[in-house]
Design a protein around this ligand. Structure first.
Ligand code: NAD
Ligand code: UDP
Length: 318
């Protein structure tokens, strides 16, 4: 029997890195969770420990097609997040962001569900303001290699805010800054997974450019806590809200930390900087701190140790 606090929650992209952690935490809070994913960059292994649980269901579905369900809340995470994955089929990436948002917003409107959009720090592009606050409009190349993702996410934000104003829908838009942790895909090209995999194999660590570009890395557990707390805020708080860790590191510093924590004999090797690669990125998280009382708790070293441990086990079990 469903209790009054038990909600029916859909997580699109639920078999991906962040989505799988979110499904886990929603189940732990006592909800019915439907994980919707087309497995483009996600993996059934990420949710294998949840399958068979009475309040968990998986549905293989592409969000660019409409979906008819009865639900209370939707977390819209479906979209490949790493540059390697989202640039593999850029037209599909834009469709996932735009058609996916339209379909999920349409569903939310029909059943009067709350809906949260996983937007991104990429909406700020290569930022001219530092750190990035939510009221900064960004600096995005609309025709570059990252545009399918950046502009797709920007258009999705537009749709969310139009549904909020035009249809009174309870929307929540978060802008996620680089998040890492167990269940990242080992070959998705993101910097944390790349460096750890390279270090564990004693292979050269690939520094793109001179390694002076910065990122601020948030551990997955902190991110999910913030995301779920924001979903619970009143209807007149649509965001956008930055969620991330505001400790900033150069890519070179990250490489040195990974080498030290793995005890690797890897050397650094310089590779060309990808086009439109943002030079610096750090969130201003004042809004999340104020509204949610949220604070990222996991320091980079502790988060890296947990992530390294995950990859070690993954390679041991093949
Ligand atoms: P991920 O690639 O591991 O997960 C994305 C999931 O979406 C995958 O399981 C994939 O199969 C699924 N998917 C892709 N296209 C789909 C479609 N058309 N229909 C249904 N499912 C589809 O990436 P992630 O890191 O878990 O990111 C999750 C969300 O968070 C994404 O929307 C991403 O843009 C956003 N985000 C993540 C980060 C980060 O650092 N991890 C940063 C900013 C934003
Ligand atoms: N990067 C790197 N070596 C790698 C992978 C990434 O130096 O093997 C750099 C990349 O150029 C960028 C930063 O690390 O400056 C973060 O890259 P990632 O793809 O993880 O995320 P994003 O650029 O989307 O923030």
């Amino acid at each position: 029997m469903r209790t009054w606090t038990r909600k029916r929650v859909v997580v699109t992209g639920g078999a991906g890195f962040l989505g799988s952690h979110l499904c886990e935490r929603l189940l732990a809070e006592g909800h019915d969770v439907l994980c919707v994913d087309n497995l483009f960059s996600g993996n059934r292994d990420n949710i294998a420990h949840l399958e068979g649980r009475p309040h968990f269901e998986f549905m293989r579905h592409d969000v660019t097609f409409p979906l008819y369900l009865e639900v209370d809340e939707i977390y819209n995470l479906a979209c490949p997040a790493s540059p390697v994955h989202y640039q593999h089929d850029p037209v599909q990436t834009t469709k996932t962001n735009v058609h996916g948002a339209i379909n999920m917003l349409g569903l939310a409107k029909r059943v009067k569900a709350r809906i949260l959009q996983a937007s991104t720090s990429e909406v700020y592009g290569d930022p001219e303001q530092h750190p990035q606050r939510e009221d900064y409009w960004g600096h995005v190349n609309p025709i570059g290699l990252r545009a399918c993702y950046d502009e797709g996410k920007r258009c999705a934000e537009t749709l969310f805010f139009d549904y909020y104003r035009q249809h009174g829908l309870a929307v929540k838009v978060i802008r996620i800054f680089n998040t890492y942790g167990p269940r990242m895909h080992p070959n998705d090209g993101r910097v944390v997974s790349n460096f750890i995999v390279q270090a564990l194999n004693n292979e050269p660590i690939t520094i793109y450019g001179d390694g002076s570009q910065t990122r601020s890395f948030c551990y997955v557990d902190d991110l999910v806590t913030g995301m779920m707390a924001f979903m619970k805020t009143p209807d007149d708080c649509p965001g956008p809200m930055n969620l991330g860790n505001d400790h900033e590191f150069t890519i070179l510093q990250l490489a040195q930390k990974v080498i030290a924590l793995t005890g690797s004999s890897s050397q650094l090797v310089i590779k060309p900087l990808p086009s439109d690669d943002p030079k610096q990125r750090r969130p201003d998280i004042t809004y999340a701190r104020t509204l949610l009382g949220w604070e990222p708790k996991v320091q980079l070293d502790a988060g890296l140790v947990a992530t390294i441990d995950y990859f070690k086990k993954l390679f041991q079990t093949g």
